[in-house]
Each structure stands twice: as structure tokens, then as C-alpha cells.
Design a protein around this ligand. Structure first.
Ligand code: ZN
Length: 231
């Protein structure tokens, strides 16, 4: 077994031991920006865990994501440099923000060794945040639809188009596995402390006023589709 594979397996075993010791509802500590594991390229998962260990790790990640609460969690966020992530979005009601973001909800699923590619040039610009960059939100321009490939937790190939807010979640989590944080892709002048974001921009479906007031520019591709959707 290669050294990096053994490293992942040992880290997982230590993480699971700590969680077991803390009880059945234990969650894992989420590491914050500045921790080098968030900047490493995660090792493609290659069956280095026993099936029971993988199941237990995914259950721990699922509990940790829900407790945060969040809509996605990548293994590096709990200190494990392996290309595995979990996603789940219950959706957020039926207001205009939700409709414009196309946030219909996303059933719990596991992404193993995922990749994505934009389906076309259609982009959308919305505020997003990260469990590993606590306290901030920023606008990220992302593809509205992506072609998602990879595997599920059973090793079954995934090959599908994901659209709307779920596409944003998939891109954010897959980026984590490459050592990329959303702040790397953000329009930096949009950066807002979460309280300030909530007070000023949280209710704005597309960050047009935020762009004007904070002095950042939405790309024309994003602005165009966002403008149409608003009406
Ligand atoms: Zn994140």
C-alpha cells in the first residue's frame, strides 16, 4: 500500500476512534482556512478503507454536515486528504431568493473522485459561504449547469448534468478536493461578514445592489441570465 494511501487510512482510523469515544452522535471538528489539508490536492479514493470504515466515515461526515449546519462537506474539511464529499440540501422554502437561485433541494448523496465541467457558458453569481471559512460570505460566479462525473460510495459511475444551486454545491465541494477554497474564486470586493451580509444583502436574489454599493462587477454572462430571471 503506497504511503499516501496508508496515511489516509491511518487518519480515518484515528478520526473514527475519536468519534466513537465521543458517543454515537459525535461530529468531527471542522478545520478552518489556514490548515494545510485544505490546500492539498486530495488523494483519489482507491478502496483503501474497509467497507465498514467507509460507511462509518460517511455517516460521521453526514452528521457533521447536518450539525454545522451545511449543505456539503468534503473529507479534507475534517482533516482527511481523500477525494470524498457528502452533499445534502433540504432546500430553503419558496421565496424569490430560493426561486432565483434554483434551490429546489438536493437529496443526500456521496461524491467519490468527482469532476465537473460547465455544460455551456451560462453563469450565475450569488453569495456563498464555507464551513471552513467561518463568518464570511462572498459572491462567486459559477457555471449554472455542470456535467458531473465520478463515483458514488458503492463505486458506481456517476455521469449526469446538475443544475442550479445543487450545481453550485457540487462545484464548491469538488473544488475542496483540489485544494481550492471559494474565496479563491470570489469577487473579493463582495466579501462580507455574515452579519453584514444578512443585514444588507441576504434578501437580495441577485447581488446587483451589492455590486453597486460595494464596488464589484458581475460578469456580463452572469448579469444577463440573472437579470432575466429576476422578472
Ligand atoms: Zn466549503
Amino acid at each position: 500500500m503506497p504511503r499516501s494511501e496508508r496515511l489516509v487510512r491511518d487518519l480515518v482510523r484515528r478520526t473514527l476512534d475519536a468519534a466513537r469515544a465521543a458517543g454515537p452522535d459525535a461530529v468531527a471538528p471542522i478545520v478552518q482556512a489556514g490548515h494545510p489539508v485544505l490546500r492539498a490536492v486530495a488523494r483519489p479514493y482507491d478502496g483503501e478503507l474497509e467497507p465498514d470504515e467507509l460507511t462509518e466515515l460517511l455517516a460521521l461526515m453526514h452528521r457533521t454536515m447536518r450539525a454545522a449546519p451545511g449543505v456539503g462537506l468534503a473529507a479534507p474539511q475534517i482533516g482527511i486528504p481523500s477525494a470524498v464529499a457528502v452533499v445534502e440540501d433540504p432546500g430553503a422554502g419558496d421565496d424569490e431568493v430560493v426561486r432565483v437561485r434554483e434551490r429546489a433541494g438536493l437529496a443526500y448523496r456521496v461524491l467519490v473522485n468527482p469532476s465537473y465541467a460547465p455544460v455551456d457558458g451560462d453563469e450565475v453569481a450569488f453569495y456563498e459561504g464555507c464551513l471552513s471559512v467561518v463568518g464570511y460570505q462572498a459572491v462567486v460566479v459559477r457555471a449554472r449547469s455542470v456535467h458531473l462525473t465520478g463515483l458514488d460510495e458503492a463505486g458506481v459511475p456517476v455521469d449526469e448534468v446538475v443544475r442550479g444551486w445543487p450545481a453550485r454545491i457540487v462545484q464548491h465541494e469538488t473544488d475542496h478536493l483540489r485544494g481550492t477554497l471559494y474565496v479563491d474564486r470570489a469577487l473579493t470586493r463582495s466579501l462580507s461578514a455574515t452579519d453584514a451580509w444578512g443585514a444588507h444583502w441576504g434578501a437580495e436574489p441577485v447581488p446587483l445592489e451589492a455590486a453597486r454599493a460595494l464596488g464589484f462587477e458581475l460578469p456580463r454572462t452572469a448579469r444577463g441570465s440573472a437579470g432575466e430571471e429576476r422578472r
